[in-house]
Structures are given as structure tokens and as C-alpha cells.
Design a protein around this ligand. Structure first.
Ligand code: ZN
Length: 322
């Protein structure tokens, strides 16, 4: 049977409903939890987060449920006991990630670890549990450090992730899809089929012209349009923002070229950011409030919307059996 790990236990892929495949309950740089300027009480975090997840669950009724994939990983504020309570309160399935957002956010302890050590850490979190939470990670996060070039540590993490993915069947998603040739070489050397990898943030404003889409799509990889909503039209847009129209046209172009089964979409929003103010006015619910209406306006039918947000992510998140 198809199976996906959520923080409250394994579920059948058919139960996922609409999936927001790259989101954050709360992302922060390592150490932000020690900064008194940004420290939040548990009550504040619940207050900022629960209404967003409840709204997401409400919107998702039509899709038979909702799943929120938390792309935070180790060292960036991941808090699985908190995720479990959020999931129980709101009914949103939450998938937690092992792995790291990028080499540059892995704390020194892990930065000095070998491929084998990192691989065993990931496998432990996927098969035994994350800390003492009893929850199994359902996906592995990897990424490119700042500077748009893969560093040695990034590559070490990618290789460990590829090995852990092959051993456990969970998929991998990446922070950034730039400098992808180096990543593709690692996955090829390790023998990981590219449909197990979602190359993320291919749609953001700063990555344009730096993503080899032909190599990713030609190799069977998946492309993440997962920063939907970081629009330059926002009152205070982030540096990775992009014009809404331009991002939408880019997405529609890939679908028009026959890559519907290789695209995934999400908002990369923070319910309650840690150590930074976040981007005002941007939540996971952008998917329902702006993106799906935009797609309908462009003539995208319901069956296609279902493929993008239900079928494709279910196929991606289902544990692969070797
Ligand atoms: Zn993210």
C-alpha cells in the first residue's frame, strides 16, 4: 500500500488531499531561538499559526483533506512535538523533513561529519524517529549555500541524502535549483532516479537565468514552483520576489510544453517566522486565495489543478519500494 510519513504516523497517499509541498511552520537561522529580540512565547506561536492552518484545512475540504510539508529540516527551528499538536488541533497532515536547508545552515557538529555519518542521521530520523518524538521524517531537505554555487558541504549532504533516499524510499527536495549540474552528477553516481527529487525554488526572482531546466526535466526530475506569492507587488517584497504575472506565465509555459507531471507548486510561507519578521501578507493560503483562481482564469481545468496539487505530490511523497 502507498504510504507517507506524517508527524502523527504513516497515512495512505490517498488521504493526503491537497498538498502544499514546500512550506514552513517556522523557519529561522540557527541560533535565532537564543535572540531575545525575536523570542516568541508558545502562546504567540500558536496564535500566529493555528488560524492559518485551520483556514488551509477549511479550503481543502473540497480536496478531501490537506497536507503541509514542512521544509525546515535540522538546525533551522524544526519542532516536531509542536507540529504534532498543531496537526492534532487543525486536522492538517504535517510532513516533517530531515536534512538541512543548505550546508551554510548546518551547525558545525554536522558540517564536520562524513557522508556516512550524515546518511545514518537521516536514515535514523526516517526509520526510528526524530529525537524522542516517535515521529518519522517523510522527506529529506538539501540545498545550495548562499552564493549560487554548490559548496563541498552541500555536495556531501546531497550524497548522504541520495543514499538515505535509496535505503528508505523517501523523496528529496532542494532549496534552490541553481548550479544543478553538480547535484545531477551526485544523484547519477548514487543511482537515484530523478523523479525522487524536487528541485525547488526554480521560480524565484533571483534564480532566473541560473536554472538548467532542460537538464532537470530531461533527466526526469521534478521542478518546484514553490515560492508562489513572493510577489514584487507586495508592499514590502523580499529580495527573491518576482512579478506575479511573470511567474505564472513561466509555470504555464512548462505545463504547455508537456511537463505537467513534473511540476509541483507551493508558497514557501512561514506560519510564524523565527528570528526574522517574515513577509507580511504571505501565507500558505495564497494557494487558494490567488494561485488556483489565477490558474482557473488562465483556462486551466479542475483535472489539471488536481494533478498539480493532489496527484503529483502524492506520487512524489509516497515511499518508494525497491
Ligand atoms: Zn523553504
Amino acid at each position: 500500500m502507498s504510504r507517507v510519513h506524517t508527524v502523527l504516523g504513516p497515512i495512505a497517499a490517498e488521504e493526503l488531499g491537497l498538498v502544499a509541498v514546500h512550506e514552513h511552520i517556522g523557519y529561522g537561522m540557527p541560533g535565532s531561538e537564543l535572540d531575545t529580540q525575536w523570542w516568541k512565547t508558545p502562546e504567540q506561536r500558536y496564535e500566529e499559526t493555528v488560524p492559518k492552518l485551520r483556514q488551509f484545512a477549511e479550503y481543502s475540504r473540497a480536496y478531501g483533506g490537506s497536507t503541509f510539508v514542512d521544509a525546515t529540516g535540522i538546525c533551522n527551528g524544526r519542532d516536531v512535538d509542536y507540529y504534532k499538536s498543531l496537526s492534532a488541533k487543525t486536522g492538517v497532515h504535517i510532513v516533517a523533513a530531515t536534512g538541512f536547508v543548505g550546508g551554510d545552515t548546518a551547525l558545525r557538529f554536522f558540517a564536520e561529519a562524513s557522508v556516512d555519518y550524515l546518511m545514518r542521521q537521516f536514515v535514523h530520523e526516517i526509520t526510528v524517529g526524530i529525537g524522542n518524538t516517535g515521529s518519522l521524517a517523510g522527506i529529506i531537505k538539501v540545498g545550495v549555500s548562499r552564493g549560487f554555487r554548490m559548496k563541498e558541504l552541500d555536495l556531501r549532504i546531497y550524497r548522504a541524502a541520495a543514499r538515505a533516499a535509496l535505503l528508505t524510499g523517501v523523496p528529496i527536495f532542494t532549496h534552490l535549483a541553481v548550479d544543478v549540474e553538480a547535484a545531477l552528477a551526485v544523484f547519477a553516481e548514487e543511482g537515484l532516479p530523478l523523479d525522487r527529487v524536487l528541485f525547488g525554488h526554480a521560480d524565484d526572482g533571483v534564480s532566473q537565468g541560473k536554472v538548467n531546466e532542460t537538464a532537470i526535466l530531461g533527466g526526469g526530475g521534478r521542478i518546484g514552483f514553490d515560492t508562489f506569492g513572493y510577489d514584487l507587488e507586495l508592499p514590502d517584497p523580499p529580495f527573491w520576489g518576482r512579478h506575479r504575472r511573470e511567474r505564472l506565465e513561466h509555470f504555464l509555459r512548462l505545463i504547455g510544453e508537456g511537463h505537467l507531471d513534473q511540476v509541483l507548486a507551493s508558497a514557501d510561507a512561514n506560519c510564524s517566522p523565527l528570528g526574522w519578521p517574515g513577509v507580511k501578507g504571505h501565507t500558505v493560503n495564497y494557494i487558494y486565495e490567488q494561485l488556483i483562481p489565477d490558474l482557473r482564469q488562465e483556462g486551466i481545468d479542475e483535472a489539471t489543478i488536481h494533478r498539480i496539487f493532489v496527484t503529483n505530490p502524492a506520487d512524489f511523497l509516497t515511499l518508494a519500494t525497491n
